[in-house]
Design a protein around this ligand. Structure first.
Ligand SMILES: [Zn+2]
Length: 376
């Protein structure tokens, strides 16, 4: 208690007059609160990714209430078990709170009047709710217009199909090829309604070779390639406890986990090129395409998580990762692969059978595409 008072005191001294942030303080061992001068409405967007070069997990929370901190940045010194806590201006009217840490963090956040609290739990706690369910009123995202949507061609690729079922959960009777096809269709529908030109690599239960998917995308002059897949774990101890949504962009995998997921998705039709050939291909990938793909992955992951969290509690954000997915290699346009959840997961598996959940997920993907084009 004493410590808290000292720190908030220190802080109120260091902040200049007129600063929209009143104070930042730890009110508990694992709860950090940021108090603003005015009421804040909600967190507009939140996302997480693992930066493999700095080996850090990064968490971002954007508050778009026209709070202006200006060019000053608050690097909160009392970061405790977190490597770095920063509050800064993201754009003209968006304030961004970010956490950087070498270990993955489990964060629950809550907005109340002038305050936003972040509760840090360990992964054991994540199964039981740390906070009561937050009620957020849904407001549609502010529509800054994307120009010439009609001229933007999006290729939506539902993984697997036909003889290749992909991942399967026998208990819940969930088959990846079916789940991803309906999400792909909903995504195409949302994007078409927004005015984009959309092509599906498959619109029914047929088998399409990996190479033909990107050939199709290139032939259609796609501007973006979005591949939709579902994750799974083998039947081992606690395998049903693993849930989470993650988005990959193409590059050479650097982690074992990314390699494992890539190996599974590449299983079918991965024989047309020698190992050396594949490595060479990855080496000549243009840097620009990787950067654009990374941006697209961040926008899609961020929007899917933010959109789903408006309706569901305990949506697991597994972040943005890099991996050498073969299906992405042949595409000349920015390309990402979203793993929409674990069909074997005790939460994801059940949710992925639900039509409304799949629609909401698709809506998140479409919002991500919109954001990407708004910024690029
Ligand atoms: Zn798959």
């Amino acid at each position: 208690m004493f410590k808290t008072v000292v720190f908030s005191l220190l802080f109120s001294i260091s902040l200049f007059a007129g600063n929209p942030v009143e104070k930042i303080e730890w009110v508990d061992d694992n709860r950090l609160t940021i108090t603003f001068k005015n009421w804040i409405k909600k967190v507009e967007k939140e996302f997480h990714f693992y930066h493999s070069e700095t080996k850090q997990h990064k968490y971002f929370y954007d508050i778009a209430d026209g709070i202006v901190l200006g060019s000053s940045k608050i690097d909160f010194k009392d970061s405790r078990f977190i490597d770095q806590i920063v509050v800064g201006q993201f754009d003209k009217d968006t304030l961004r709170v970010s956490f950087r840490n070498s270990e993955k963090l489990n964060i629950t956040r809550r907005v109340y009047q002038k305050q936003i609290s972040f509760i840090f739990g360990n992964s054991k706690d994540s199964k039981k709710p740390v906070q009561k369910k937050e009620i957020i009123k849904y407001t549609p995202p502010v529509k800054k217009s994307v120009k010439n949507r009609k001229n933007k061609v999006i290729i939506v690729d539902a993984g697997h199909g036909g003889k290749d079922g992909g991942a399967v959960c026998k208990k819940e009777k969930v088959i990846e090829k079916e789940v991803v096809l309906s999400i792909a269709r909903y995504t195409a529908e949302y994007l078409e309604n927004l005015g984009y030109t959309v092509h599906l690599t498959r619109s029914d239960d047929t088998f399409v070779k990996l190479g033909n998917r990107t050939k199709f995308a290139n032939k259609k002059n796609g501007d973006l390639f979005i591949s939709i897949h579902g994750n799974s774990l083998p039947r081992k101890k606690n395998f049903r406890k693993r849930n989470g949504i993650e988005t990959y962009f193409l590059s050479q995998a650097r982690t074992e986990r990314a390699k494992r997921v890539a190996a599974k998705e590449n299983f079918q039709d991965f024989d047309s090129m020698s190992k050396n050939g594949k490595n060479n291909y990855l080496n000549i990938l243009s840097r620009e395409k990787i950067i654009q793909s990374h941006r697209l992955a961040l926008d899609i992951q961020g929007n899917v998580i933010t959109h789903l969290r408006k309706y569901y509690y305990n949506i697991e954000d597994s972040g943005v990762r890099e991996a050498p997915f073969w299906v992405l290699v042949g595409a000349v346009m920015p390309a990402v692969l979203i793993e929409v959840g674990y069909v074997t997961g005790d939460k994801d598996g059940i949710r992925l059978k639900n039509r409304l959940y799949k629609k909401r997920l698709a809506r998140g993907i479409a919002n991500g595409v919109e954001e990407y084009f708004r910024k690029n």
